[in-house]
Write a protein that binds this ligand. Structure first.
Ligand SMILES: Cc1cc2nc3c(=O)[nH]c(=O)nc-3n(C[C@H](O)[C@H](O)[C@H](O)COP(=O)(O)OP(=O)(O)OC[C@H]3O[C@@H](n4cnc5c(N)ncnc54)[C@H](O)[C@@H]3O)c2cc1C
Length: 345
């Protein structure tokens, strides 16, 4: 449950009478006493209470994004009714974070294999732990000394230095703690990477922010074919570790070093082959042969943008229905500002 509150500088009746009228016109009920009024709508609940300085308003919703919508709706309503002069919104202790943003602490960064570092973050990751949550998020890396993105007075995200100045690469939640109070992120280390450079200077205790969860969810098919280069290793291993018992996985990973390969927690029904990262054709051939041999499987492919485009051509040319196969671009070779190309914001 996500919650927020505001204090209106107007007496209880002056606030509740017009609000109650609107709520009833919209077809919803209110529960009112001389000191409280509770409004329940699909986005959540709004509780108005008598306060020495005016009227206290409490908002609660099942999720953060719903809470943001509920607050925005009532902010507009207060404005239209002339109730917003002197309004004081509650500021979260941690600063005013947009509701799709998590602020967390770096616990450790460990080199786990020749080309991978594992970042362990601590914080509240309960939104990432739901079965229906997306598997990905964006790291938020701003200009030196910029601070973290915050909510502006209109409730929109304020990017210090401008949004363009922020590097917001997409990463995968590799693992999440049973109490959702930590998560691991496996980072490919590569020449010229801004996150690779950041890994060289980050220290335990550093505070960072990320947005999410977003993007693809845990697949549900019984028969999975998963192919990808090293940037897709984290999501492929997450799926291998998190899929329902009995699911069959046939995976192929294109790696710079065989020593980067990870082992699934339970290898039953899982096979993982590898090929060379610098041989795009090897991964594409692995896809072509599987498309021909396993027409009933669910296929996921992720690699560099041009390779993913060729994979899409192969899928189109195969007899596999489009709904069963997906090829995603996970990074681009050419110079550009935001190289995390899939729209996972
Ligand atoms: C849904 C999704 C999930 C992803 N999950 C992960 C993950 O869990 N772990 C992970 O490491 N990556 C993951 N990626 C890929 C990652 O977002 C990109 O590689 C991103 O560009 C990394 O940012 P950077 O700061 O390392 O490089 P940038 O500073 O953005 O790029 C600098 C230079 O490096 C090149 N480059 C970018 N990525 C690579 C690469 N991997 N290898 C070689 N050259 C590269 C660029 O073309 C550019 O020339 C994911 C991408 C998507 C879309």
């Amino acid at each position: 449950m996500s919650q927020h509150s505001a204090l209106l500088a107007h007496p209880f009746e002056r606030v509740c009478d017009p609000i109650e009228k609107i709520v009833h016109e919209m077809g919803y009920e209110t529960a009112r006493t001389p000191e409280n009024m509770v409004v329940t709508i699909p986005l959540g609940q709004v509780v108005f209470s008598l306060h020495t300085q005016g009227t206290q308003v409490g908002f609660s919703s099942p999720t953060g994004p719903q809470l943001q919508m509920l607050k925005d709706l009532y902010a507009r309503r207060f404005n239209v009714l002339g109730l917003d002069a002197g309004i004081r919104w509650q500021t979260p202790a941690d600063g005013r974070a947009p509701l799709n943003q998590s602020r967390c602490t770096v616990q450790s960064l460990t080199r786990i294999s020749p080309n991978f570092a594992r970042l362990r973050l601590t914080g509240n990751f309960s939104a990432f732990a739901q079965p229906e949550s997306g598997l990905h998020f964006r790291l938020l890396m701003g200009p030196e000394g910029a601070g973290l993105p915050s909510l502006d007075d209109n409730g929109l995200t304020h990017w210090p230095g401008g949004q363009e100045a922020w590097h917001r690469p997409v990463y995968t939640v590799r693992a999440i703690g049973p109490d959702a109070d930590w998560m691991d992120v496996d980072i490919v280390l590569h020449e010229g990477g801004r996150v690779t450079d950041w890994c060289a200077r980050v220290a335990p205790g550093d505070r960072i922010a990320l947005t999410g969860p977003s993007g693809s969810k845990m697949p549900t098919a019984q028969n999975l074919i998963l192919l990808g280069d090293e940037t897709a290793l984290p999501v492929i291993m997450r799926i291998c570790d998190g899929m329902p018992k009995g699911t069959r996985v046939d995976a192929v990973l294109a790696l710079r070093s065989h020593a980067d390969l990870q082992s699934p927690a339970d290898p039953t029904h899982i096979t993982i082959d590898t090929c060379a990262m610098d041989d795009d054709q090897a991964l594409l051939q692995a896809l072509a042969s599987r498309l021909a041999q396993s027409p009933d499987a669910q296929v996921f492919f992720a690699a560099e943008k041009s390779v993913a485009a060729l994979a899409r051509d192969l899928i189109k040319a195969s007899s596999m229905p489009a709904s069963q196969a997906r090829a995603a671009a996970y990074w681009t070779r050419e110079e550009s500002h935001d190289r995390s190309v899939e729209s996972e914001s």
